[in-house]
Design a protein around this ligand. Structure first.
Ligand SMILES: [Zn+2]
Ligand SMILES: [Zn+2]
Length: 475
């Protein structure tokens, strides 16, 4: 069996071999799992991109020479024929129902089979289910399992780099179809496919792929419509051609739209995103941020209510005994990722707000000095802090007279219940008016009141904590 390697780059091997023999160190490392210890690079991707020669970029003068004609045929002929046929072929109700049923059946071949079973080993399937998914998956005409899974494993391993065959940073159109229309500029990064090489179903499907693809993409959908309700033409146009185009572009959206549309609730290091719209388009693969973080989980929609028909299909297969060992990541780890992003968002929100002056930025004032300054400024001492309330007289809900009579005095007790037990909002606002610290600080028992309620909980970066613990480190 020959597994495709996508190796279309012009190899720099002869030059590199010469250099290697001279330097006695490999310049280009083919397999990151077999790197000689004396040549371990700091970063495999950066090292490989630097040393592995790529094909020249596609330009207006060379694009027609760089087309991948088989892919161009597969991507352009069915939609063209389908569109022409659809203009003159009415869609009968039976054929429409069959269209929906068959798009899901072949779709499960891709999502439950190609993707979650063979690429990610998210569960174990009986031989019957394996053959069924391999046959159904061929009906979407996206290459054999062996070719597809090899590229997708590289996509996960080198996401958003030029070793990722559908690198999202190269644009929405490139990650959708561009990477297939043109010959790849460099081969995908290495990925381990030894398990697939020894899988009899994968080998069988690869061997008979063209025949299976024709039967499942064209013959079966047409024949079911034809023999079933006499709609041969409708079966060919709608259930075969149009269904094929919709199926293919739905899957391509996993590489394009799922890296472009939505949010990143589990990690924001890379481009994959979660979005209910792409989940609907891709039969559940749209929770792509979760999927890239936890690729061996049989679910993409982690939460029970998230639209992931592939997850429900696999769950049903397990109940029926066709699938076993459905893998799930620990909830604790999933929630840790989710909390990290939530804290990051809270940190952004926190940083966008104004906060009271830090203690270390405030001048220390003696009681006498405080009283002297209070003769010319509206200063009030509460919980060891001196506050300038000049701009607050008219805004004080209790009226200005209560403020005026406490100027130059210690109003701690009055503020915290002696006269009126102020709200948390009032305490937060008061802290914004701090202009100094009273020498000697707040009396014992007021430690809690020194910190305004809005600062009892704070999001602090790891670096900030380390700096506070070892201030000398930051010097
Ligand atoms: Zn992805
Ligand atoms: Zn995946």
């Amino acid at each position: 069996m020959h597994f495709p390697s996508n190796d279309t780059s012009r190899s720099p091997r002869s030059f590199l071999s010469l250099m290697e023999s001279k330097l006695d160190v490999p310049l280009f490392i083919e397999d990151p799992d077999r790197i000689p210890t004396e040549a371990v690079p700091d970063n495999y991707v950066a090292y490989t991109l630097k040393h592995q020669e790529a094909l020249p970029p596609i330009t207006w003068s060379n694009w027609y020479k760089e087309l991948h004609w088989l892919h161009v045929f597969i991507l352009f002929v069915p939609p063209t024929l389908g569109f022409i046929g659809a203009c003159s072929t009415p869609l009968r109700l039976e054929t429409a129902v069959w269209f929906v049923v068959y798009i899901h059946l072949t779709g499960f071949g891709l999502t439950a089979g190609y993707h979650r079973l063979w690429t990610h080993r998210a569960y174990k399937a009986t031989k019957g289910l394996e053959y069924t998914l391999a046959i159904l998956g061929a009906g979407v005409v996206e290459g054999s399992i062996a070719w597809w899974a090899r590229g997708h494993r590289a996509h996960h391993r080198y996401t958003d780099t030029d070793l990722d065959p559908y690198n999202a940073h190269r644009g929405l159109l490139y990650s959708h179809v561009g990477w297939m229309i043109f010959k790849p500029r460099r081969k995908p990064g290495p990925a381990d496919v030894t398990d697939l090489r020894s899988n009899p179903v994968v080998k069988w499907q690869h061997k008979y792929y063209l025949l299976l693809a024709f039967i499942m993409a064209i013959a079966v959908p047409t024949a079911v419509s034809g023999y079933g309700w006499g709609d041969w033409r409708g079966g060919f146009v709608w259930a075969s051609l149009i269904r094929l185009v919709v199926s293919q572009h739905s899957t391509f959206c996993v590489n394009s739209l799922c890296h472009w549309l939505g949010d990143r609730p589990y990690d924001d290091k890379l481009t994959p995103k979660d979005c209910v719209i792409t989940a609907v388009i891709t039969m559940g693969e749209g929770y792509h941020n979760f999927h890239h973080q936890f690729p061996m989980d049989y679910r993409n929609g982690y939460k029970w209510y998230q639209y992931d028909p592939t997850k429900w299909f696999l769950w049903t297969c397990e109940k029926l005994g066709f699938a076993t060992h459905l893998k799930t990541f620990s909830d604790n780890e999933v929630q840790k990722g989710e909390l990290t992003i939530q804290l990051k968002n809270l940190r952004h929100k926190q940083e966008a707000l104004s906060w009271p002056c830090e203690k270390s930025d405030l001048p220390v004032i003696t009681w006498e000095d405080y009283q002297r300054q209070a003769e010319s400024r509206a200063l009030i001492c509460i919980a060891g802090f001196i506050h300038d309330i000049s701009d607050f007289f008219d805004k004080h809900p209790g009226g200005p007279h209560l403020l005026k009579k406490n100027i130059g005095k210690d109003a701690t007790t009055a503020f915290f219940g002696g006269l009126y037990d102020h709200s948390h909002a009032a305490h937060n606002l008061l802290a914004m008016k701090r202009v100094g610290i009273l020498l000697g600080g707040a009396p014992h028992g007021l430690e809690e009141k020194v910190v305004p309620p809005s600062q009892h909980l704070r999001v602090t970066r790891h670096g900030d904590l380390a700096e506070n613990a070892h201030p000398e480190v930051s010097l």
